[in-house]
Design a binder for this molecule. Structure first.
Ligand code: GUN
Length: 288
């Protein structure tokens, strides 16, 4: 069996085109949705991510504004900008690009974002709502994985899902979202003994561990769906995921490539969350 390769770029584009239709309708009704992005310091990867977010906003007609702080900015300076943005009716989504310089209190800063504008879904209120199954803003990367599964009509209810990686941004919310859809979920992490005894049981295997070639064919059940959230830069400059793509694609039924799989979805889901936030805040009844 050779797996169907899930085209994340195509699905991400589909999500953006739906968002654009909604933004066009909102603009006709006098609402112009807007995203504010806060970036602190000069981390090159963060700059690339923020530029991608700004471009995606432009593509669908969302207003976006980047607030750049120097690496030595204080919690107070950033928090007062966040409070100003919370009160600005033209801003429907606010995010703080992570990681922040070590002297800053990321938890406190994220907690100062209005829960109604927390389009990253990182505010504790939204994390709690995710546990309760009522969140407004699912975190963008696991939300992107969910959309890919939906788009490919891959059933989740009753399936064995193994999530490798227990981060707050991907692994934990991913597990909660799939549990909410009645999957049987197991979370593995860096201290899991004999990872393969768990991964081999997966009907759907989601890998977000940040280790190239962590998942090799012997660890994958024939016909499994394999979603690779890893993004690793090899010493030769090549970008790879956490899965041995060439080997595993001969065993899986579906697989996501890196690049071009989950990556493009993250930014599209941010756009989606921002548009949904604007619809909610403006009280408009819109659908595509
Ligand atoms: N850094 C890495 N991923 C993310 C993300 O999804 N949102 C933010 N704000 N920062 C990140």
């Amino acid at each position: 069996m050779t797996a169907k390769i899930i085209d994340g770029k195509k699905v991400a584009q589909h999500v953006r085109s739906e968002c654009k239709l909604l933004v066009d309708q909102m603009k006709k009704l006098g609402v112009s949705p807007g995203l504010a992005v806060i970036i602190v310091g000069d981390d090159p990867a963060s700059k690339v991510y923020v530029a991608n977010k700004v471009n995606a906003c432009r593509e669908v007609g969302l207003d976006s504004k980047v607030y750049t702080f120097p690496a030595n900015a204080t919690d107070q300076e950033i928090e007062s900008e966040i409070l100003r943005l919370n009160a600005d009716p033209k801003v429907h989504g606010i995010l703080v690009q992570l990681p922040l310089p070590a002297h800053l209190n990321a938890k406190k800063l994220i907690a100062s974002i209005s829960q109604d504008k927390d389009v990253d879904g990182f505010h504790l209120y939204n994390v709690g709502s995710l546990v309760a199954g009522t969140t407004l803003f699912p975190p963008c990367t696991p939300f992107g994985v969910q959309k890919l599964l939906e788009y490919e009509n891959i059933p989740v209810a009753g399936q064995n899902v193994v999530v490798v990686g227990a981060s707050n941004i991907v692994g934990k919310p991913m597990a909660l979202m799939l549990m909410q859809q009645d999957a049987t979920v197991c979370i593995c992490h860096a201290k899991t003994r004999d990872l393969a005894q768990f991964t081999i049981l997966a009907d759907i295997l989601v890998v977000a561990a940040g280790k190239p070639n962590l998942i090799v064919p012997q660890m994958v059940r024939r016909g499994a769906v394999v979603i690779d959230v890893g993004i690793n830069r090899l010493p030769n400059g090549q970008l790879v995921g956490d899965v041995d793509f060439e080997g595993v694609k001969e065993k899986a039924s579906y697989i996501t490539p890196v690049p071009g799989g989950v990556g493009p979805m993250t930014v599209s889901m941010l756009v989606h969350n921002t548009v949904q936030s604007a619809i909610r805040q403006s009280g408009l009844q819109l659908e595509v």
